[in-house]
Design a protein around this ligand. Structure first.
Ligand SMILES: [Zn+2]
Length: 463
């Protein structure tokens, strides 16, 4: 039974692979056109959002909480950020297009092949070659993003009073991130390629198993080994807040192990709180900025919301959905893995021996990169779907906090956070659905209000 399903699935994949490997399909044009369309869509969304910053008054839900001065500041900050992302999207589009048109992927493969030769490495060592290729490509694509990142932190955020980072800290952050990316990313990528090399076209289950293991290990490694490289976590001192949070955790049977404060203020004035850990041992982290801005009761209400996510097992559900998405992506990749037409259209000359051996296999890593380019437009749709789901989760977590009788504190905490972070007072509906994992603040406040009223009516009926 299982064997016959696997066989028919295999047959279907082979058939699709045959259909997709048609020299008449100009994959490069497909990628260029679809990426231009995606960027055009994003620019259109940004322009819709930009109009929101011309509105002269805050939305009614916020009107009594936000001063004229704060409102003007929030509008100015939002306008600057949206303009920035509009220009960046256009710049990245042109850069991506130039990289494709100049056949950089193919050229780099031949250039790094030359380096292999110089180093006396046999051309058959495709994985070493792939590591050289990806590292060079990452360097090429990271350099243009440095000025953008610099501008964002030291010009844009600075202008609006959020930047707390120094040039030295910023440079150290960039170096640390790059070293970490190489130290963790390259071995994972090498294993990824090796698994496909060994398993052939039926690599999907093996690769899934490997990637799930990697994700779970990263969840354990990140807070203990990686986060401390960037931030300091200190136990929350004894006091009203600690008692409140501990009581809340005990009441909900949340397996709280550690309660930390993180020095988010080292880099930025933005604030937050979150939890992490294994099912039986959880840790809560509160930003020092959140504690400065809110009363203990308000921080407790924010954590009430966070523990709502835990109670509804939202993180686990999201993790499962990510795996499903990964499984679909990898299965589709197995259709494209040996696609000659795809390689040809990006300048990999079929006459030239790609790996130095005439007729040799196409490098997996390049197949994967090209396949991702083809697949990219579907991210737009995935964005909408995932955000629709996370918005639903946000409403549920808010409802959870309301049930804990924390509506007033949560509402005032969210309003304070919103105002202190200078979040956009008005949001274009479509822009927000595409970009934001959370509903807008007026939407959340309205939903909490509706929920309280529904419970009131229900309560009276029960009496
Ligand atoms: Zn939430």
């Amino acid at each position: 039974m299982v064997a016959s399903i696997v066989d028919s699935l295999d047959g279907a994949i082979n058939h699709l692979a045959y259909l997709a490997d048609d020299p008449r399909i100009d994959y490069q044009s497909v990628v260029v056109w679809s990426s231009f369309l995606t960027t055009a869509f994003e620019v259109w969304l940004n322009r819709r959002q930009l109009r929101q910053y011309d509105k002269p008054k805050p939305p009614p839900e916020l009107a009594s909480h936000i001063s004229d001065d704060k409102f003007r500041k929030a509008q100015a900050y939002g306008r600057d950020k949206t303009r920035y992302s509009l220009f960046k999207a256009v710049f990245n589009q042109i850069l991506g297009w130039a990289i494709i048109r100049s056949r950089l992927y193919a050229k780099l493969w031949y250039v790094t092949g030359g380096w292999m030769d110089t180093l006396g490495l046999a051309p058959s060592r495709t994985i070493v070659h792939s590591m050289m290729w990806i590292s060079t490509l990452v360097v090429f694509s990271t350099i243009p993003s440095i000025p953008w990142n610099y501008y964002y932190t030291f010009v844009l955020e600075e202008k609006h009073g959020f930047n707390k980072s120094t040039l030295k800290l910023w440079i150290m952050d960039q170096i640390k991130s790059t070293v970490l990316l190489a130290a963790i990313g390259l071995p994972i990528l090498a294993a990824f390629l090796k698994i496909i090399e060994l398993a052939g076209r039926r690599f999907v289950p093996w690769l899934m198993l490997f990637l799930i293991t990697v994700q779970l290990s990263m969840q354990m490694i990140y807070p203990t080994f990686i986060q401390p490289l960037f931030n300091k976590l200190t136990p929350l001192p004894e006091g009203e807040l600690r008692t409140r949070v501990e009581n809340l955790a005990a009441k909900l049977k949340f397996p709280l192990n550690h309660l930390y404060v993180i020095d988010g203020s080292k880099r930025s004035g933005h604030s937050n709180a979150y939890f992490y850990g294994l099912p039986w041992s959880k840790h809560i982290v509160i930003y020092d900025t959140l504690m400065e801005q809110s009363s203990p009761a308000e921080v407790e209400a924010v954590l009430g919301h966070e523990l709502g996510h835990w109670s509804y097992t939202h993180p686990t559900k999201l993790l499962l959905i990510i795996q499903l998405h990964l499984l679909t992506t990898l299965t589709t990749f197995s259709i494209f893995i040996h696609n000659r037409a795809l390689f040809d259209s990006f300048g990999f000359d079929p006459q030239l021996a790609i790996t130095g051996v005439a007729g040799g296999p196409q490098p997996i890593i390049i197949g994967f990169m090209l396949f991702q380019l083809v697949l990219e437009p579907q991210d737009t749709v995935v964005n909408f779907l995932i955000h629709a789901l996370t918005r639903k989760y946000e409403y549920q977590a808010d409802e959870f906090a309301v049930k804990l009788d924390k509506k007033e504190d949560l509402a005032s905490a969210l309003i304070k956070l919103h105002i202190d972070n200078l979040s956009a007072p008005h949001n274009d509906k479509l822009y927000s659905m595409y970009h934001h994992s959370h509903p807008t603040l007026p939407e959340r406040l309205r939903a909490m209000e509706t929920y309280v009223r529904a419970v009131d009516v229900q309560g009276k009926k029960d009496l």
